[in-house]
Design a protein around this ligand. Structure first.
Ligand SMILES: O=P(O)(O)OC[C@H]1O[C@](O)(COP(=O)(O)O)[C@@H](O)[C@@H]1O
Ligand SMILES: [Mg+2]
Ligand SMILES: [Mg+2]
Length: 343
């Protein structure tokens, strides 16, 4: 690993006189610069609880906090000087044109995990970069496999930027002394199997049979193994960072609640970039029935079930979904035995 390699130096090497790569690199640098401002805003302290104050609702109906809007403004300002053709933000109803000659389209979740702001817990910024299409209306309708780059910043005890440019995953950590990101880890790999799972268990009664069966077996200790450990932070960036560090599986499935037929997370600026990162680190990301990177959006704020992490765990969840389909076709009872592991 290159000791003390900065993000800027890494991007210079990557961009290397290629106009499309130069545009990608410029966008990553701009988002990284905005993220340093966001990190400082958060670290400055929130004495009056101002950052967590609700101030409206976004196009998707989610409550917007002051920090959601400030992060959005900072990212937007940083990208204004970059050749980005289209920008889609969680906080805007539709994609916006920025630079008619731009070569790339950027989707961004300026502030992920906003329910954690008041609790002084980790939040983040997530982004995905796609090549611009001849017809602008098609730019955000590409499958996730079309992404040129994806990343997220986690504002935690350390501020770190997790990045893939399609050649593995690197983690850069902010050095507060000179406001730069420096390479902390390269060639990040997710262990192929893990006993740690992350799901919002309060929704258990609404889950479909495959998810219910998987979690039941995690808790029971399937196949004579030790029972699994559970972690749920409620910030996708933090749950993803933990999985990149030590493995595990994250599940935000579809469930039976009104408005959750496709889960909670948004395809273009949450699931696609996370799936790209996780696959580049040797993990898997699925809806249960399809690889996330094969899914193309129908609309900008589309939601999608997201199950990602250690590849063997993800494959097990996929197998449970397939088994459900097969059993439904045969009209067979789903729970002949307690769990699907024993079908
Ligand atoms: O509150 P829930 O339903 O458990 O959802 C938590 C999930 O929602 C999110 O906060 C959604 O992201 P936003 O905060 O950007 O809307 C994820 O970070 C997290 O994984
Ligand atoms: Mg989010
Ligand atoms: Mg958000």
């Amino acid at each position: 690993m290159d000791q003390c390699l900065t993000l800027d130096q890494h991007i210079e090497r990557y961009a290397h006189a290629d106009p499309l790569r130069a545009a990608v690199g410029a966008a990553v640098r701009a988002i990284a610069a905005a993220s340093i401002d966001i990190a400082e805003l958060i670290a400055h302290g929130d004495l009056a609880g101002r950052l967590g104050r609700a101030c409206g609702r976004n196009a998707d109906g989610d409550v917007q906090k002051a920090l959601d809007l400030e992060a959005d403004a900072l990212v937007r300002k940083a990208l204004a000087s970059v050749p980005v053709a289209l920008l889609l933000s969680e906080e805007s109803p539709v994609p916006e044109s920025i630079d008619g000659r731009g070569l790339i389209a950027v989707a961004v979740d300026p502030l992920d995990g906003s329910s954690n702001i008041d609790a002084n817990m980790c939040v983040g910024t997530i982004f995905s970069i796609l090549p611009m299409t001849a017809d602008p209306a098609l730019a955000f309708l590409q499958p996730g496999s079309g992404q040129l780059a994806a990343g997220f910043v986690i504002y935690g005890p350390q501020t770190s930027l997790v990045l893939t440019l399609g050649d593995g995953v690197r983690i850069f950590t902010r050095d507060p002394r000179d406001r730069t990101f420096k390479l902390a880890r390269s060639g990040v790999r997710i262990p192929s199997r893990s006993h740690e799972f992350a799901i919002n268990a309060s929704n258990q009664r609404h889950w479909d049979p495959p998810i219910r069966a998987y979690i039941e077996d995690c808790l029971a200790g399937a196949d004579g193994e030790a029972a699994a450990n559970m972690r749920w932070i409620g910030s996708l960036v933090a749950d993803a960072y933990r999985i990149l560090s030590r493995g595990g599986i994250f599940l935000y499935p579809a469930d039976g609640r009104k408005g959750y037929a496709d889960g909670r997370l948004r395809l273009l600026y949450e699931a696609h970039p996370m799936a790209f990162i996780v696959e580049q680190a040797g993990g898997g990301a699925t809806t249960g029935a399809a690889r996330i990177l094969d899914v193309a959006a129908r609309d900008p704020h589309q939601r999608v079930p997201l199950i990602m992490g250690s590849i063997e765990n993800v494959r097990t969840v996929e197998r449970l979904h397939l088994d459900t389909l097969i059993l439904a076709e045969r009209n067979a009872p789903l729970f002949a035995t307690r769990g699907f592991f024993r079908i």
